[in-house]
Ligand binder design. Structure first.
Ligand SMILES: [Zn+2]
Length: 272
C-alpha cells in the first residue's frame, strides 16, 4: 500500500513567535523539525524550539534588515547544521547562508516543503518572498517579509513606487486562498488608513471590527489571505474607481494611471 499523504500523519503547524515590539517570527514545524522565517531575535525562537523539542532545519530570510536577521548568528551556534537561505542581492547574516533569487526553489525535505523564491523589490532592493504552492490543506503559503502587510505595504526604504507596485501586483496574482504571513502586527493601524480611503468598503468595515476584537484578546491578526487583501487593502486597489477618486480629491492631482494612485497612497500613508 502506498501512503502518499505523509503530512497528515505528522502535520505541519505554523505559529508566530513574537519578537521586538510587533514582529512575528514564523515557525513551521512538525513533531521533530522546524523552519523559521526572519528570526530577528534568537532567544524567543530557541525557547520555543526547546519547549517543543524541535530541531532547527532551516532559516529563511526575506531581506537584510536587522529585525529580520539579528538572531541568525546565535541560532547557528546552537544549530550549526541549519541551512540558511536569503536574498542573493543583499548582505546575508552568516557566511554559510545561501543566496537565492527569483525563480529559485528552496527545498526543506525534513518538512516536505518546496518554496518558490519571488523577487519583490520595493521595501529593500533585493527583497524576496517565499511561496509554497502546495501549502497545508490545499492553502498555499506566502512569507512576504515587509512587502505586503495586512491592509498595508512596506515603506519604500530603497526601492521606487513602481517597483513596489509591481511586486504587490505579482503577489496579488497568487491564488486567493494563499495564506499571507507578514512580519509585523501593523494590521489595525493599516486598516484605519484603508478605512479613511474607502469609508464605504463594507468588507473592510466588517474586517476592521473582527480584527479589533481579536487584538483586544491579544490574538494575532495574521495570517491574512490574498483574496481578503484584494478586497480590503487599498495598496492592492489603486485601480478601483473609488480609491482613485479619493486620492485625486486628497492630492488635487489628476492621477490617470494606477501607479500614480499607488504612489500617492504610499506618500499619504507615510504621514497618516
Ligand atoms: Zn524591513
Amino acid at each position: 500500500m502506498v501512503n502518499s499523504n505523509v503530512l497528515n500523519e505528522d502535520p505541519i503547524h505554523i505559529s508566530g513567535i513574537s519578537a521586538f515590539q510587533d514582529n512575528y517570527i514564523w515557525l513551521l514545524a512538525n513533531n521533530k523539525q522546524a523552519v523559521v522565517v526572519d528570526p530577528g531575535q534568537a532567544e524567543p525562537v530557541a525557547r520555543v524550539l526547546a519547549e517543543r523539542e524541535l530541531e532547527l532545519s532551516a532559516i529563511l530570510i526575506t531581506h537584510h534588515h536587522y529585525d529580520h536577521t539579528g538572531g541568525v548568528k546565535d541560532l547557528l551556534k546552537q544549530w550549526p547544521n541549519a541551512k540558511i537561505y536569503g536574498p542573493s542581492a543583499e548582505p546575508l547574516p552568516a557566511s554559510s547562508a545561501m543566496g537565492v533569487s527569483d525563480g529559485d526553489t528552496v527545498l526543506v525535505p525534513e518538512l516536505g516543503l518546496e518554496f518558490s523564491v519571488l523577487s519583490v523589490p520595493g521595501h529593500t532592493l533585493g527583497h524576496i518572498a517565499f511561496y509554497e504552492p502546495t501549502g497545508i490543506a490545499n492553502q498555499p503559503l506566502l512569507f512576504c517579509g515587509d512587502t505586503l502587510f495586512s491592509g498595508g505595504c512596506g515603506r519604500l526604504f530603497e526601492g521606487t513606487p513602481e517597483q513596489m507596485h509591481q511586486s504587490l501586483t505579482r503577489l496579488a496574482a497568487l491564488p486567493d486562498a494563499t495564506l499571507v504571513y507578514c512580519t509585523h502586527e501593523y494590521t489595525q493601524s493599516n486598516l484605519a488608513f484603508c478605512h479613511s480611503v474607502e469609508p464605504n468598503n463594507a468588507e473592510l468595515k466588517k474586517h476592521l471590527q473582527k480584527i479589533a476584537k481579536l487584538r483586544q484578546q491579544g490574538v494575532p491578526s495574521l495570517p491574512s489571505s490574498i483574496g481578503l487583501e484584494k478586497a480590503i487593502n487599498v495598496f492592492l486597489r489603486p485601480h478601483v474607481a473609488g480609491v482613485k477618486a479619493r486620492l485625486q480629491a486628497h492630492t488635487g492631482l489628476e492621477l490617470d494611471e494606477d501607479i500614480k494612485v499607488f504612489a500617492a497612497l504610499r506618500r499619504w500613508k507615510d504621514v497618516f
